[in-house]
Design a protein around this ligand. Sequence first.
Ligand code: ZN
Ligand code: ZN
Length: 275
Amino acid sequence: MRVSEPQEIASGVVLMTTGSGPLASNVYLVRSGPSWAMIDSGWAASAEPLRAAVEQLLGPGEVPAAIFLTHLHPDHSGAAGTLARTWKIPAYVHRAELPMAAGRYVPGYSMPLDRWLVAPFVWSLPARVRRRIEAAGDITDVVHGLPRSGEVPGLPDWAAVPTPGHTPGHVAYWRSKDGVLMTGDAVTTVDLNSARGLLLRASHVSGPPWYTTWSRRTAMDSVARLAELGPRLLAPGHGQPIAMEVVPRLRAAAAKEKAQRMARRRRIAGAPEAA
Ligand SMILES: [Zn+2]
Ligand SMILES: [Zn+2]
């Protein structure tokens, strides 16, 4: 799997994209004093090219101090187990994501794609094959829960901001001193909800793709909350970073979703119109 050239998008913040087309997923490297940390890890298939690219960027003998994950989905956490074991470093995720760290299907955490496709498929497999797939995605040996305080170990300038919805324990990473916000899948700048948006890969601030989202409504409340932080640079899990009119665009994305929800309710006769 291809890894893009590293691109410094803010002071001490480097973007690398793994994969291409609709499978492209962003990985960030963040510097704090002399050390580096990685935010998200891309797909499992990008582990080796990403390892090589990161080691080349950091210089001889240097590896990141930790991997911080926005959430546990294969396009963000797929390579985390391999990289954390290779570099002998910890990975961190919000505590509410930990039930998914064994790589098993957890019914309470399911999203539409799981319910329609993945769960029936997984349960149709022989138990032996299923166990092998689960073992490959198991990162329980390297993953830790983030501190409840919101602090990010080893990155004193950064905070982990809970943004539940896409998954129950999704977090964004926020550097308030210069307004850098890494949103994972809580906000993307590619319209993953429309084929047209995917084809054009237009810079379009939107919430997470609904077919992989656990709770769309909670997700859009999280988008509104991120707008309140007042970010100046939005660095998404998919799509290009955006530095223009970030707050109005976040507010517009949240408002659009709310308007669509109200319209759906009005179509159901007698349903209350409260938000
Ligand atoms: Zn996701
Ligand atoms: Zn994603």
